[in-house]
Design a protein around this ligand. Structure first.
Ligand SMILES: *Cc1c(COP(=O)(O)O)cnc(C)c1O
Length: 230
């Protein structure tokens, strides 16, 4: 199946899941995760109206942004954010969805203010039981948000989490519940540059569960672009 058909199928999955729990699919932003996939696939999705694209490797994202010069595309960086890559990201991407340290926020703000460019950020929170953790711990969220309130160019638009890598959807659901509750419990931190409108969770295998548990942003790769070879 081609990218456009796959995209259509994913949208139907989203619609169906939303209907089943009384939500509107307008509440859900679909990020097409195009990592490892060629530019032609991205252009095909773009032609079908897809706006948000996510990549997790800085160099690959850099190359793609340079090769695909389109106005109507929003790039999300969702990988491990190294400090030396922040300058470039801030110049080009629209969203950085894997921030979990004040230090990174500080660097993003410094770079963004220098070029007078505004950037959207999600704070990644660790919700999985795995050893290889990514994201801040839940109790670190409040001080990070407090710091972020004072920023001018860096806008914290929500939080993001990765569930444990497992086929057991009950485990995944439990972790999604934790993330959604964390967002709700921190809504009092809205103010200044913080507005926790987004909970980013849900990927190819668990997007229905994520929708039931309140996601506002799903990040889907495989279901749109096919299996990845690496
Ligand atoms: C790869 C990736 C995805 C997409 O995963 P699929 O299972 O292919 O849908 C989502 N989020 C992040 C952070 C990723 O790295």
């Amino acid at each position: 199946m081609g990218v456009q058909e796959n995209l259509q199928t994913v949208k139907e999955r989203i619609d169906k899941a939303c209907k089943a729990c009384g939500r509107s699919s307008d509440e859900i932003t679909l990020v097409a995760v195009s990592k490892t996939k060629p530019n032609e696939d991205i252009l095909e999705a773009l032609a079908a109206g897809q706006v948000h694209f996510g990549e997790n490797r800085a160099k690959e994202l850099q190359d793609k942004m340079e090769q695909i010069e389109k106005e109507n595309i929003q790039w999300h960086f969702l990988g491990n954010l190294q400090t030396n890559k922040i300058k470039y990201m801030v110049e080009r991407v629209d969203w950085i969805v894997s921030v979990h340290k004040k230090k990174a926020l500080k660097e993003i703000e410094k770079r963004a203010s220098r070029i007078d460019r505004h950037i959207n950020v999600l704070i990644q929170v660790n919700i999985s039981e795995e050893d290889q953790k990514s994201g801040c711990e839940p109790e670190e969220l409040e001080p990070i948000l407090k710091y972020a309130q004072e920023l001018k160019f860096t806008h914290v638009r929500g939080i993001m989490g990765m569930a444990t890598f497992t086929d057991d959807l009950d485990v995944v659901r439990k972790e999604f519940k934790v993330l959604k509750k964390l967002r709700d419990d921190h809504l009092h931190m809205n103010g200044g540059s913080v507005n926790l409108e987004h909970v980013s969770m849900g990927m190819t295998n668990d997007l229905e569960v994520a929708i039931e548990e309140g996601t506002t942003m799903v990040r889907v790769g495989t279901a749109i672009f096919g299996e990845r070879n690496y």
